[in-house]
Design a protein around this ligand. Structure first.
Ligand code: MG
Length: 479
């Protein structure tokens, strides 16, 4: 057997070894001393080894590796913000799908899939999930940016989907099997007044929900001053920053108002509902850091399940102050895209719930590592979902939830019937619990005709930007 200086078998030699190991029974010989060394390069020059059974055996195992033949983006949702990666293989009917949705940069993601991901992956063995992740990550030298992280995640989920289909197993079983019967999710309750909020919370409790996020209107609600005439109430008469901000139409955000109203809101909720419901709240990074510390302390008597994003990513060092003065559980992570951001928070036990979005973490491969790391530090997972996400990302999180002992909670999603019709096999949420299915892989598919019918090209062509909240002087509040 000729090997190169690295001891790596060449493609033809791998096929020869596989032929010998499978010659008698069609099954790999577990006693063979001649182990296959994975070849990680493109396979264009070789086909599947002759004599290898590529059919799915009664046990559900596909013998012989599948090769990626096509990678493409499917853009859907009426506003075009959902991007699904589809990886096709040389095995008849074998493909996988993954989520690469980015609410604000969908067109950029599609371009990256077509121009970077597809040429990088075609020809690779689908089973080389870890190596594909690592080599795609560094393929542009700079790494772990938001767009490419999402693109890699789409491919990664699709490859896990394929692996599950090959094995005849749902992905959670490949990750170690289930730790729980179903996945608890938290609801989103909101009201512009406390009475409206109490009514919405009651609606969820009546439907069996236990975990409920409580907001006074939109993000920052409770902190917006009443709209005022220009120059009134100590606000500037005119400003170049007034467009698009105008205090006559939209209230200015005020840290002190928020710090007053949100604890009062939870006081009213606890008085009405007691301590049975598990309440959360999302600050959405609106506060100045020292005000965030004060809010965490003020919320302590109301015993939240967690408060989310009380600090922006730029000021996570203030978590150390929060942890020194109160026990209000802290959740953060939905803006994180690389390990340098979350590692210090985990290893110093500065947060209690890790809220990275699976598709922004880079997919199931890194998310599984993050979950495992968090377990050792007593941090729980709370993968981010919510309004922007698609049913594929939801199920990727679901499989991690089932298999992670240190799972804490998952965020709910809101999908229309028309959106769900695009994704046969989508998850179902009942009485605060989410259920997937036992189909091999992620368990969800995409109906491409329905996806195309849902897509509105005119809406999708519109640029999308994060909403801007501003303080009374016109300065931007970082969301
Ligand atoms: Mg959030």
């Amino acid at each position: 057997m000729n090997r190169n200086n690295l001891g790596i078998l060449q493609p033809q030699e791998i096929d020869e070894v596989r032929d010998r190991n499978t010659a008698s029974t069609g099954e790999p010989d577990p006693n063979s001393h001649e182990r296959l060394i994975p070849f990680c390069g493109p396979r264009q020059s070789r086909g599947l080894a002759s004599g290898v059974d590529t059919a799915i055996a009664p046990g559900g195992i596909l013998h012989g590796m599948a090769t990626i033949t096509r990678v493409r983006a499917i853009r859907t949702r009426a506003d075009g913000t959902w991007v699904i990666v589809k990886i096709e293989t040389n095995q008849p009917g074998l493909y996988g799908i993954g989520s690469a949705s980015d609410h604000y940069r969908a067109g950029v993601v599609v371009a990256a899939i077509n121009e970077v991901l597809a040429p990088k992956l075609v020809g690779r063995d689908t089973a080389d999930i870890e190596d594909i992740w690592q080599s795609t990550l560094t393929s542009g030298y700079w790494r772990q940016d938001s767009v490419m992280g999402t693109v890699i995640a789409g491919a990664d989920m699709a490859l896990w989907d394929i692996l599950g289909k090959e094995a005849g197993l749902p992905v959670y079983r490949l990750l170690g099997g289930r730790c729980r019967a179903a996945v608890p999710v938290y609801a989103h309750a909101a009201g512009n007044t406390i009475d409206e909020l109490i009514a919405d919370v009651q609606h969820y409790i009546n439907d069996g929900w236990v975990y409920i996020r409580c907001q006074l209107g939109a993000y920052g609600g409770g902190g917006f001053l009443e709209p005022a005439s220009p120059g009134e109430g100590g606000r500037p008469r005119a400003s170049a920053l007034r467009a698009p901000f105008d205090t006559t139409k939209r209230g200015a955000f005020d840290d002190e108002a928020y710090l007053q109203n949100v604890p009062e809101m939870f006081g009213a909720l606890r008085q009405h509902f007691g301590y049975g419901p598990k309440f959360t709240h999302d600050v959405h990074e609106h506060l100045r850091p020292h005000q965030a510390v004060a809010l965490a302390q003020a919320l302590e008597p109301h015993r939240l399940f967690f408060v989310e994003d009380i600090l922006p990513p730029e000021h996570v060092a203030y978590y150390r102050h929060i942890k020194q003065i109160c026990t209000t559980p802290q959740a953060m992570g939905e803006l994180f895209i690389n390990s340098a951001e979350y590692l210090p928070l985990i290893q110093d036990r500065l947060i209690d719930y890790m809220r990275i979005r699976v598709s922004k973490a880079g997919g199931i491969t890194p998310a599984r590592k993050i979950a495992n790391l968090c377990e050792f530090y007593g941090v729980h997972t709370a993968w981010q979902e919510g309004g922007d996400n698609d049913p594929v990302n939801q199920l990727a999180a679901y499989h991690l939830d089932l298999a992670s002992w240190n799972f804490g909670i998952q965020e709910e999603n809101h999908f229309t019937d028309g959106e769900l019709a695009v994704f046969p096999g989508h998850a179902v949420t009942e009485r605060g619990y989410m259920y997937g299915n036992e189909a091999p892989g992620l368990g969800v598919d995409i109906d491409e005709t329905a996806a195309a019918n849902l897509f509105d090209a005119t809406r999708a062509a519109q640029p999308r930007f994060m909403a801007e909240d501003r303080r009374a002087d016109g300065s931007l509040v970082r969301p």
